[in-house]
Design a protein around this ligand. Structure first.
Ligand code: MG
Length: 652
């Protein structure tokens, strides 16, 4: 057995080790570029071996070009990264957090191995996330195995994943590509290619000193790198965060490899797209149009990366002042919609960010906006700068609203999503909310769980994405037909803060939802379903995990959580309404889900009848008792709410 694996191993080495000089590199380079004089001279004398050796010497000693992403004098390698680097020596590749432990791709690497038919697993293999950790491990340990193996895997990937042109639309289509196109669809999707384009800058810097990085390999590396940039330029994604990622990385390629003849065009292409898209993809209020509070900071980071690359290489002036102003607005938007512990609502396809990483974002952003005291506040966990002067804040263009009574960890924060349809990652969830109280998310959004893949993967995705898996109103459990909420009223200050939002949810049914934040303590929601539609109206609520007692007669849900944070929710519904316990899950990370309490209130609706509900939500701390709640409609535009016999009249 050992002999066989040894033979296989030798085969793998011998088939991939032979590096041949790729002469086409000299056609791609501008040999008149300052510093390439010896390369040009050797090449013009027909001595390409020497030209390649001179080219390698040039890159090993190059000055005047830098990357903001890597500081080789202060390298760090986390325990996880070290694991990825070590596993990669055995061809166990870290591809996706949702698929752990990582899969092994074989002695003779099978780049088409697809153990679970989730598109992300196949796509992200081609991001080579373990390569840069290998580079850092190499630099920090001096162990040549990392460099040798990286060169082998790099060349093996190039050999086994040839680029054949396929129609652009095939990259995003399920089951349409066959033959070699089936592999190209994954290996060369522009987003993945752009990922490599960006990261291979770091890999070049890290591995350049290695004896395994030969002149021959350099020619292969540069030709492959150039192929990537050209491919992305021809196949840019049509829109969204993919296009932003691709443009930023093409800009990186142009800035970091100015020796290529095409470099000025790449840089210009990246800058032009970013300048154009920042106007198109960001609403006036600072929200990115995919309405996803995980992609939102990712987009901020894309825009910032481009700016930092411009700064370190001296071309900031190619971005107009409005570019940086928009980024700053995006950051203010984000800080207002996140919780005091740096977690984010999981609306749309959002995952929950890691608070340590999120705080690191603010530190990065502070470098670009050192005068912004609010960014400083979040960058320093409140030690410097100032918390925003406002508490509750609404962003009407994007349709995000936060009711908030403080910026500390003892705050109450409700975040509501009720805006336009948005773009790809946005879900049909108008009117939904999350409620965070004293460090606990009492109504976490269902999240997304997975993206797309075979029938089973897509079925799971659709469950988490559907309207009824949110805290909002549906008709016959169906997904919203129209997603275009209109803000009728937004009152973010005073004892009774208020949001009125209306969505033409279905043909013949409009959902009007009024939120009150009363005494900065509890919430009242009035739902009205109006229009000629008939069927069953469903009011859906999804709580967090932990014990919740459900009273099907009074429609009261009372928590009995083990920690001190508690919540009571009670609905007041028309006659004929019945409560049903539903399947409940929420997901804050890919392929991770937690069971939780979910219910629907179901009310038959006759044509022209208006169905109205009042919901009262009281978060509180043990050992306080769950409050006694009463609520009723007094006349057509007033309600009376009593909490422990203390009564208030609310107009709606
Ligand atoms: Mg959702």
């Amino acid at each position: 057995m050992r002999t066989i694996s040894l033979i296989l191993c030798c085969l793998w080495l011998s088939t991939t080790q032979a590096q041949t000089l790729d002469r086409s590199v000299f056609d791609l380079l501008n040999l008149d570029y300052p510093g390439l004089e010896k390369v040009k001279s050797a090449h013009s004398q027909g001595d390409d071996d020497r030209a390649a050796a001179e080219l390698l010497a040039y890159y090993r000693h190059r000055t005047g070009v830098s990357t903001p992403d890597l500081d080789t004098t202060h390298l760090t390698l986390s325990k996880r990264e070290r694991q990825w680097a070590d596993d990669a020596l055995e061809h166990t590749f870290y591809v996706h957090d949702g698929y752990q432990p990582s899969f092994n791709y074989g002695k003779d690497i099978n780049w088409r191995y697809w153990p679970v038919e989730d598109n992300e697993l196949r796509w992200q293999l081609h991001r080579h996330k373990w390569f840069t950790p290998m580079g850092k491990a190499y630099r920090l340990t001096g162990d040549e195995r990392y460099a040798r193996e990286w060169v082998l895997q790099y060349s093996d990937w190039v050999k086994k994943n040839p680029l054949v042109e396929i129609p652009k639309q095939l990259y995003e289509m399920q089951d349409e590509a066959t033959g070699e196109a089936e592999n190209v669809r994954f290996a060369w999707r522009p987003l993945e290619a752009s990922h490599r384009l960006q990261d291979q800058i770091n890999q070049l810097v890290l591995f350049l000193p290695s004896p395994s990085f030969t002149p021959e390999f350099l020619t292969e590396f540069l030709v492959n790198y150039h192929r990537h940039a050209v491919h992305i330029l021809r196949n840019y994604s049509a829109e969204g965060n993919h296009l932003l990622f691709e443009a930023q990385r093409v800009l990186y390629a142009g800035a970091f490899f100015p020796e290529f003849k095409d470099a000025p065009a790449w840089r210009k292409s990246g800058i032009d797209i970013l300048n154009r898209e920042i106007k198109k993809q960001v609403y006036a209020d600072g929200g990115q149009y995919e309405l996803d509070l995980h992609y939102h900071p990712a987009c901020i980071n894309i825009f910032c990366k481009a700016l930092r690359m411009a700064d370190v290489n001296g071309f900031r002036s190619e971005f107009p002042p409005s570019y940086a102003e928009t980024i700053e607005r995006m950051i203010v938007f984000y800080m207002n919609l996140c919780y005091p512990d740096y977690t984010n609502p999981c609306f749309s396809d959002a995952k929950r960010g890691n608070p340590r990483v999120e705080q690191g974002y603010y530190r990065d952003w502070l470098k670009l906006f050192p005068d912004n005291g609010q960014i400083r506040y979040f960058a320093t966990a409140g030690k410097e700068g100032q918390a925003p002067a406002n508490l509750s804040k609404g962003f009407i263009d994007s349709g995000f609203f936060a009711f908030r009574n403080g910026w500390g960890t003892d705050a109450t924060v409700m975040v509501i999503k009720a805006g336009p349809k948005g773009e790809w990652h946005s879900q049909p969830d108008n009117g939904t909310f999350e409620l965070w109280f004293h460090g606990k998310n009492l109504f976490p959004d269902s999240g997304s769980y997975v993206y797309e893949g075979n029938e089973e993967v897509t079925r799971l995705r659709n469950w988490f994405r559907r309207t009824a898996s949110h805290n909002t109103l549906t008709l016959d459990g169906r997904n919203l037909e129209t997603r275009q909420s209109e803000t009728k009223k937004w009152q973010p200050e005073g004892d009774v803060q208020c949001l009125v939002t209306e969505n033409p949810s279905y043909k013949g049914l409009t959902h009007r939802r009024t939120f009150y934040f009363v005494d900065e303590t509890y919430f009242v929601i009035v739902d009205e379903a109006t229009g000629p539609a008939t069927g069953t109206v469903n009011l859906n609520y999804q709580l967090c995990d932990g014990k919740v007692d459900i009273n099907p007669q009074t429609f009261a849900l009372s928590s009995a959580f083990e920690d001190e944070v508690q919540v009571k929710l009670q609905c007041f519904a028309p006659e004929g309404t019945s409560l049903k316990e539903e399947e409940g899950w929420y997901s804050t990370a890919y392929r991770q889900r937690t069971p939780r309490t979910a219910i629907s209130l179901n009310t038959p609706k006759a044509p022209t009848e208006t169905i109205r509900y009042i919901t009262v939500i009281c978060p509180y701390l043990s050992p306080d008792q769950a409050p006694q709640i009463e609520a009723r409609f007094t006349d057509s535009r007033q309600i009376e709410v009593s909490i422990n016999q203390k009564t208030r009249i609310l107009n709606y």
